[in-house]
Design a binder for this molecule. Structure first.
Ligand code: FES
Ligand code: FES
Length: 206
């Protein structure tokens, strides 16, 4: 019997590109830079960042806030310490995208609206608690957050085990050194840093 080849469509090869339907949605490039609005020191900062941009690089390279320092860039020195919703974090280990809609405070935001120094900044100056000053922004931010942690009654590894969770721990030198142990100072100004923090702690209790 004769076959009508003209009216029979040729079978399609499923692996031929023409047999694959085209995409019906936009493909998002996961490596593309994206817009991001950071809330820093009470102001909105619209930025464009790659998904892997750290908070430290976003602050320093994109927002122009160079007060926060890059020491090790590996979470070992504390130079990059900033506050996120009042708690200290290492900006070099924090992705910028992960802190959208959070309140970020850097050393530039510690001073009051009248530009008066924060008591911790004043105490560092008065107690000569810096030499080259590179670690100082991280030390000051960390010290401010550390005092708040003490006020909240959070124990540290140095807290008397019999007094853990028994209210505000005593802020003796051992406590201060333990709680500030994540902030390194290559100039070894530790003695004066402790003295500055003790002075602020004593003044707030007076
Ligand atoms: S720069 Fe972040 S911990 Fe050293
Ligand atoms: S004052 Fe120089 S690193 Fe601390």
């Amino acid at each position: 019997m004769a076959t009508d080849t003209a009216s029979t469509p040729a079978p399609t090869d499923p692996l031929e590109p023409s047999a694959v339907p085209g995409p019906t949605f936009a493909v998002h490039d996961p490596l593309a830079a994206v817009p991001l609005r950071l809330r820093v020191n009470g102001a909105d900062r619209p930025l464009v960042v790659e998904p892997w941009t750290t908070l430290l690089d976003a602050l320093r390279e994109r927002a122009g806030l160079t007060g926060t320092k890059k020491g090790c860039d590996h979470g070992a020195c504390g130079a990059c310490t900033v506050l996120v919703d009042g708690r200290r974090v290492l900006a070099c280990l924090t992705l910028a995208l992960s802190v959208r809609d959070r309140e970020i405070t850097t050393i530039e935001g510690l001073a009051g609206d009248d530009c008066a120094l924060h008591p911790m900044q004043r105490a560092f100056a008065e107690h000569d608690a810096l030499q080259c000053g590179y670690c100082t922004p991280g030390q000051v931010i960390s010290a401010v957050a550390m005092l708040a942690e003490v006020d909240q009654g959070r124990p540290s590894a140095a807290t008397d085990p019999t007094r853990r969770f028994a209210g505000r721990p005593d802020l003796d030198e051992r406590e201060i050194r333990e709680r500030m142990s994540g902030n390194l100072c290559r100039c070894a100004a530790y003695q004066n840093i402790v003295a500055a923090i003790r002075a602020v702690a004593a003044a707030r209790d007076a």
